[in-house]
Design a protein around this ligand. Structure first.
Ligand code: SAH
Ligand code: SF4
Length: 425
């Protein structure tokens, strides 16, 4: 989502006459886009800002700005720790950046704009697409769910969807530029609604765009997975069989405290419905360990659910207390050390399960959308299977159709927890 937001910022500045510099040392304006979801990220950003501030010593005219959720979340604390900042702009203020940058040099006071705006969707601004076969397209912004642990509704504001007509125009332009796969983005992307158009209708509209071959979306909320969404995934061939279903915890007591709005039984029933309708589906998740009040028995309940579901992959985090959230007042009962122990145990369990799930693919064939040379080099190419698993395969130079943007059929020869080693089928 931040990559997509940065592309919007880039488009706003380009319209105002800016061009992008190749190296940070050559830039007159340096903007850092940030995340506030956990505290750890903030420490990293402050460190990076101090490094960048050194560039201002030799070139005082350089303007340094902080963008995004961290700017929104704690601008006061940040301005105290990073007084050298020229611009501080929250996620709804990017349209005003050229103006803010113009003002920033005037009086040595930072230009700060962190007004949240219920109407801002940047719908008319086509982001600067970064190239490649896949593009990320923001379909909705903000979140109205207010899970007890989460800062997103406070830093990104209220839920708002981008009109389907703007999305169709933007994705049509991307298709014309060679994009084959779009990932529709939103904090709770499947809560998308604009007038009569809900999320499954949107998926079908996007599927009608010529040139777009694959459609994915991130991040759906389990509570908003409707029968019509499952039906769209099952019947529309362009919608890829991968569903990210963040569970957060496998304990009903903790889920209630997190105010997630579902029980473990409801979640498992949803997984069963999804698998019945889409047998090839890969399911991934997000889990938080060490939420306030999480006992060993709650943690074990989480590992039980992980085993029961058998996730293809998972993002796992230590609970980080966030100011403004409802859980802020509850406290932070699990020690840092214990959170660390639980996280390591969970990662090890998921690693085992990812390997098992990926090894089960050995011998099977998949269509892979080729993205380009594999990072490991050696003439290998890489792309994703429909389930969003990384497939790595050698290219037969005599064969046609193995350039970025082509779809090739591969057979899986071996697998690790993160990738599938394949040969052209
Ligand atoms: N909207 C998505 C999640 C977006 S935030 C959903 O509700 O499913 C991405 C992930 O960050 C969350 O799923 C959660 O696992 C993690 N996260 C959010 N707030 C956190 C916090 N305070 N501490 C640790 N992890 C957190
Ligand atoms: Fe945060 Fe996701 Fe809950 Fe919204 S639905 S409050 S983004 S965890």
């Amino acid at each position: 989502m931040n990559v997509a937001d940065s592309q919007t910022v880039s488009a706003v500045l380009r319209r105002a006459g800016y061009v992008s510099a190749d190296r940070v040392e050559d830039a007159d304006v340096i903007l850092l886009n940030t995340c506030a979801i956990r505290e750890h990220a903030e420490e990293k950003v402050l460190h990076r800002l101090r490094e960048l501030a050194r560039l201002k010593q030799s070139r005082p005219e350089v303007k340094l700005g902080l963008l995004g959720c961290m700017a929104q979340h704690n601008r006061v604390a940040i301005m105290e720790k990073a007084a050298f900042l020229d611009v501080v702009a929250g996620p709804d203020s990017y349209r005003r950046l050229p103006e803010m940058l113009g003002r920033a040099g005037d009086n040595y006071n930072a230009s700060i704009d962190v007004r949240l705006d219920r109407a801002e969707t940047y719908a008319d601004i086509t982001p600067d697409y970064g190239g490649g076969v896949r593009a990320y397209v923001t379909a909705m912004r903000g979140c109205d769910k207010f899970c007890a642990f989460c800062v997103v509704p406070f830093v990104r504001g209220r839920e708002r969807s981008i009109p389907p007509s703007d999305l169709m125009r933007e994705i049509g332009e991307l298709a014309a530029r060679g994009v084959k796969e779009v990932v529709l983005l939103g904090q709770t992307v499947n809560a998308y609604r604009f007038g009569d158009t809900g999320f499954s209708a949107l998926l079908k509209m996007v599927a009608s765009i010529g040139g777009i071959e694959r459609i994915r979306f991130m991040s759906p909320h389990p509570g908003d997975v409707s029968d019509s969404l499952i039906e769209a995934m099952a019947t529309e061939p362009k919608v890829q069989p991968h569903l990210h279903l963040p569970i957060q915890s496998g304990s009903d007591r903790i889920l209630a405290a997190m105010e997630r709005g579902y029980t473990v039984a409801e979640y498992l029933a949803l997984v069963a419905r999804v698998r019945a309708a889409i047998p090839a589906v890969a399911i991934s998740t997000d889990i938080i360990v060490g939420f306030h009040g999480e006992e060993e028995s709650d943690f074990e309940a989480t590992t039980d659910v992980m085993r029961a579901v058998g996730y293809d992959s998972a993002f796992m985090f230590k609970y980080s207390v966030r100011e403004h959230t409802r859980a802020f007042r509850l406290g932070d009962s699990v020690s840092e050390e214990e959170k660390g122990r639980r996280l390591i145990a969970l990662i090890a369990l998921q690693e085992e399960m990812s390997i098992a799930r990926n090894r089960a693919m050995v011998g099977r064939e998949f269509p892979v959308l080729v993205e380009g040379p594999a990072r490991r080099g050696g003439g290998m190419m890489a792309g994703k299977t429909p389930q969003f698993k990384t497939a790595i395969f050698a290219v037969d130079t005599a064969a046609v159709g193995t350039a970025a943007g082509d779809t090739v059929n591969v057979r899986v020869d071996s697998a690790s927890s993160h990738s599938l080693m394949c040969s052209l089928a």
